[in-house]
Design a protein around this ligand. Sequence first.
Ligand SMILES: O=C(O)CCC(=O)C(=O)O
Length: 234
Amino acid sequence: MTSPADAFVAAFRDDGFVVIPELADAATVDELRGAYDDVLADGRHHGDRLLGGLTRQVMLPHLAHETFASNAALQRTRPIAAALLGGDVEFYFDMLIDKPAGHPHTTPWHQDMSYSAEPFAPVGTPLTMRNVQFWLALDDVDANGGGMQFIAGRHRGPMLAHHVAAGDPTDNGRLLAIVDPDESLDLSAAVTPALRPGDATAHAYGTPHFTGPNRSGHQRRAYIFNFRLSGGDS
Ligand SMILES: O=C(O)CCC(=O)C(=O)O
């Protein structure tokens, strides 16, 4: 009989994403929120920038605050990442993406693999299952509040055409987007998991995903961290 763990890994392999309820418990959410707010308020971390000139993003927060260097959610995630990718894993990188109440900007449909080259990886770039991104909600999120939306099953390829949607194409903080997503994707099939604080999603680098403006009336804090198979480039 298939164990729940096997079904979970199979869902990730089939759909390109999974939901992980309660990846962080209430105490960990409190700790992460405190650290998050400290880093945003400080504003001096060298990774603090506007993604595409639009949306607040703090790269590598583990260098800015010890809570992001070591916390219970990160520790719980490591074996999950190993199961999803099917081998030993290493921490790759982390970031914070904040959408305050009323934030008007989308993070357009994209595949994370598009960021593997500048200005963007070309059509035909192999989509591997060597990396996984975890997106941990520190607030309630849904489609209306800037929650993550996914298209299932498109992580197996081919890599779709991307373009620079905003920002300087020569800058690492550019914002990439799939060209004509309504042509290349069935957007009516988009799935938006509603998450409570502490719930997370995990997705593959080929999985098309998107977040909308934040119309929820409250802040949307996302703590995002990536693992990859050990020994080798992404
Ligand atoms: O948090 C967001 O708004 C978007 C995050 C995302 O798409 C990403 O990190 O690849």
